[in-house]
Write a protein that binds this ligand. Structure first.
Ligand SMILES: Cc1cc2nc3c(=O)[nH]c(=O)nc-3n(C[C@H](O)[C@H](O)[C@H](O)COP(=O)(O)OP(=O)(O)OC[C@H]3O[C@@H](n4cnc5c(N)ncnc54)[C@H](O)[C@@H]3O)c2cc1C
Length: 576
């Protein structure tokens, strides 16, 4: 053809070829990059958002409240323009640059679903809550033992060493409590319980025997080890400004930890502004050969190639990428032989909240700040089903002393208010729920048949809702927690159902679940697509059930385990 020879870059394929491609640079993608690079694989990380460099790109990290134009609050304009994302926990004037804008990234809510996203290098690892309990075997075996959902292809013993591997590197503070429902890990010293939390802990144990309020496990460096110092991270200063990005690297984020570590190997290339459109499948070789990327700025399409692909775009976006990766062999999405891709999407039930006051500790005060909450390990449906609902729940709990007695000065102005502020006020207790939800086929995501985003990619349709089990679990949380607090002497107890839509828990999971049987699952026990083994999905999309623990450390753990497997397979010449 005339002109062919003019513009063709014959070396393009070679220039765009790596050993491994990672889609997404958030919590799980950062881990994939670190492990792959450490194993010596030339790794390309494709990230749809802008670059965020540790420290340099944390513009508000050191601002005092009076240096923020609206003291940290968002304006009505921002709220009106972003009615959805502004609901996210902690969203404010000081950190909104780490969240998407509603108008830029539409999706279709067939049922209400608040999809919270942070599109930048580091993803949501910059703004996450940092709570990191291990799963126990109760969670891995629950669906099989009690007949809900499908059986996990792995057990706690399969992941325990990988949890240790991750914990040692990222730094988790916590106490070794010896609880069977919340296994111990490799912990740095915990933040201390205050006197009221200690009292609650003792009261629960005395009254119930098996309800343990303990230090939650949290990704903060309370006493950094050499491996953390080697990452140029320092001790957590308990500034409680984490969501702005921490210049000390006091909490774990991809930006402060895994990505710079991967870069040090010389094997990492990060390409921001790269929206992955789909994974390229070679029908003859029966493998994925690379990915199709649209530059978010220029809208130009480029293809990148590799022996293995790690999909870590966060659960729902990973579903979207797979559903959009169609070919003659996979007309309904890559790896979707079972027809269940996009189905069994699940989340955590965060609707329950409680508060109260407690007398008797007026001679005591707290010292310093604490960026963590205490936690009551799940005590429901462990060895047997002892309730009228399925699954369990974690209860976060804490106590704090109000500054000033609000009851003395309801108007919050004038000399009475000023004087009241010089005195410590009453002790308050709070609790909130993180409940397991039951995966079901009707809770699903799919691609819109006719609506596309600004890059020409079909919009995601979310069709996810609560069910009767969620209502029963919520009711039980209110009854049990209310009773426990009452027995501990807490008064003026109030409880409320936030009635928040699924998604606002920001623990999106499922759609591409793991399992032994390719007819009822999409991924095998190593997080490989059953029918396209050189594609690994190791973010929340892989979750077979939700358990009741915060999920992100399990994604990191499964990622490290999957990379290890991928590298072993590559050595044997099997993966591609
Ligand atoms: C306020 C808040 C509190 C939270 N608290 C906790 C907690 O205490 N404990 C816990 O376990 N979890 C918590 N989470 C959830 C946690 O942040 C997520 O589970 C975790 O970040 C998921 O990791 P990921 O790698 O799957 O996704 P992310 O960290 O979101 O990273 C995904 C990345 O992929 C990129 N991407 C998406 N689509 C594409 C595409 N097509 N092409 C290229 N790149 C793409 C995104 O831009 C993003 O950078 C919290 C989240 C928030 C926001």
């Amino acid at each position: 053809m005339p002109g062919d020879s003019l513009n063709i870059n014959n070396k393009a394929t070679a220039q765009n070829t790596y050993d491994a491609i990672v889609i997404g640079s958030g919590i799980s993608g950062g881990w994939a990059a670190k492990e792959l690079c450490e194993h010596g694989l030339k790794t390309l990380v494709l990230e749809r958002g802008r670059n965020v460099e540790h420290i340099k790109d944390y513009p508000t990290a050191n601002l005092a409240p009076w240096e923020l134009r609206h003291r940290g609050r968002i304006t009505e304009k921002i709220h009106n323009e972003n009615p959805l994302i502004s609901k996210a926990a902690g969203y404010g004037e000081d950190d909104l640059h780490f969240f998407v804008k509603d108008k830029d990234h539409p999706y279709i809510q067939e049922k209400p679903f608040d999809w919270i996203r942070g599109y930048q290098v580091g993803g949501k690892s910059l703004t996450w809550g940092r709570c990191t309990q291990r799963w126990s075997d109760f969670e891995f075996t629950g669906p099989k033992r009690f007949g809900y959902g499908w059986d996990w292809p792995i057990r706690y013993a399969d992941v325990a060493p990988w949890y240790s591997h991750v914990e040692k590197f990222i730094g988790i503070c916590g106490n070794k409590d010896g609880l069977e429902a919340m296994p111990d890990g490799e912990f740095l010293p915990p933040f201390e319980l205050n006197c009221v939390e200690q009292h609650l802990k003792e009261s629960f144990l005395k009254n119930y025997g098996n309800r343990y309020l303990v230090h939650a496990r949290w990704a903060h460096l309370t006493e950094p080890n050499q491996i953390h110092l080697d990452q140029n991270r320092g001790k957590c200063q308990a500034r409680n400004l984490c969501m702005r990005g921490c210049p000390f690297g006091g909490y774990f984020s991809s930006n402060s930890s895994t990505l710079p570590w991967a870069a040090k190997t010389g094997n990492l290339t990060v390409r921001p502004h790269s929206v992955v459109h789909s994974i390229i499948y070679d029908e003859k070789k029966n493998v994925a050969t690379g990915v199709r990327v649209i530059d978010s700025e220029t809208k130009q399409t480029t293809e990148y190639f590799a022996k293995i692909v790690f999909l870590n775009a966060s659960a729902l976006n990973s579903n979207l990428v797979l559903l959009n990766s169609t070919s003659d062999r996979f007309p309904n999405g890559l790896g979707n032989d079972s027809g269940i891709l996009g189905k069994y999407v699940c989340f955590h039930n965060y609707r329950g909240w409680m508060t109260g006051k407690i007398d008797g500790f007026e001679d005591k005060y707290t010292f310093g700040r604490n960026p963590t909450d205490a936690i009551i390990a799940n005590y429901r449906n462990l060895h047997k089903q002892d309730t009228d609902f399925l699954g369990g729940y974690t209860t976060y709990m804490g106590a704090f002393r109000e500054r000033g007695d609000g009851d003395r000065c309801p108007e919050q102005i004038g000399s009475v208010y000023k004087e009241a502020m010089t005195e410590p006020g009453p002790w308050h207790v709070y609790a909130y729920l993180q409940g397991e939800t039951i995966p079901k086929a009707t809770n699903h995501v799919r691609l819109s048949a006719d609506q596309k985003d600004q890059w020409g990619i079909p919009l995601l349709v979310t069709s996810v809702g609560y069910d009767d089990n969620d209502e029963k679990l919520l009711k039980d949380f209110f009854i049990q927690t209310g009773e426990m607090l009452t027995k501990a002497g807490v008064k003026d107890i109030e409880h409320w159902d936030s009635k928040q839509a699924p998604g606002l828990d920001i623990h999106e999971m499922g759609g591409c679940r793991m399992g032994d049987d390719p007819k009822t699952s999409v991924l095998n026990k190593w997080n490989q697509l059953h029918s396209c083994k050189n594609v690994f999905v190791t973010d929340g999309a892989c979750m077979t059930s939700t358990g009741n623990q915060s999920p992100s450390i399990l994604y990191m753990t499964l990622t490290a385990r999957a990379v290890n497997h991928a590298v072993e397979e590559l050595k044997k010449g099997n993966a591609n």
